[in-house]
Design a protein around this ligand. Structure first.
Ligand SMILES: O=C(CO)COP(=O)(O)O
Length: 154
């Protein structure tokens, strides 16, 4: 069953060589994105806001300065509904550990994740995703409750 439509909180991040592509995609999909709350890492936010001035995009810090970790914190608090993250696979990044940590939290918490624009378009074109509907297995709480309360005694 599909939940009533609600505004989602979506993360948008792109490495430098992918920023123009994400800006063009955001512009192209601005009507679909408009009802949702968009959060982007600092420099990505600047470019996307220029490309699609009608969208309200909240900036966190730049990725290498903690922005990826801010998005990760939102995931761990259940405050991010999806992430579009265009990663430059050909350029070493100084904050590789932060990138890995953000991807890991998407996996851990079943957050829908697009690492290319084909998947991003599929994601936002899917009415079930936009309505906030998630597969029942997407609730990680039961999975990790046993881990969080594990006994540490011998
Ligand atoms: O480095 C990033 C993600 O890992 C993106 O950060 P900026 O959007 O600030 O460039």
């Amino acid at each position: 069953m599909t939940n009533p439509a609600r505004a989602l909180t979506l993360g948008l991040v792109a490495h430098d060589r992918c920023k123009q592509a994400l800006a063009a995609w955001t512009q192209e999909h601005q009507e679909t994105l408009r009802p949702h709350q968009l959060i982007a890492t600092g420099t990505t936010a600047r470019l996307l806001s220029a490309a699609a001035p009608g969208l309200s995009i909240r900036a966190v810090r730049s990725g290498p300065l903690g922005g990826d970790q801010q998005l990760g914190a939102m995931i761990s608090e259940g405050r991010l509904d999806g992430l579009i993250f265009l990663i430059d696979a050909m350029t070493p990044q100084p904050h590789d550990v932060d990138i890995k940590a953000l991807l890991r939290l998407c996996i851990l918490y079943e957050v829908p994740l697009a690492v290319n624009l084909t998947t991003a378009s599929l994601m936002i074109g899917n009415p079930a995703f936009l309505s906030g509907d998630r597969h029942p297995a997407a609730d990680p709480a039961p999975l990790y409750a046993a881990y969080a309360s594990r006994s540490l005694s011998e």
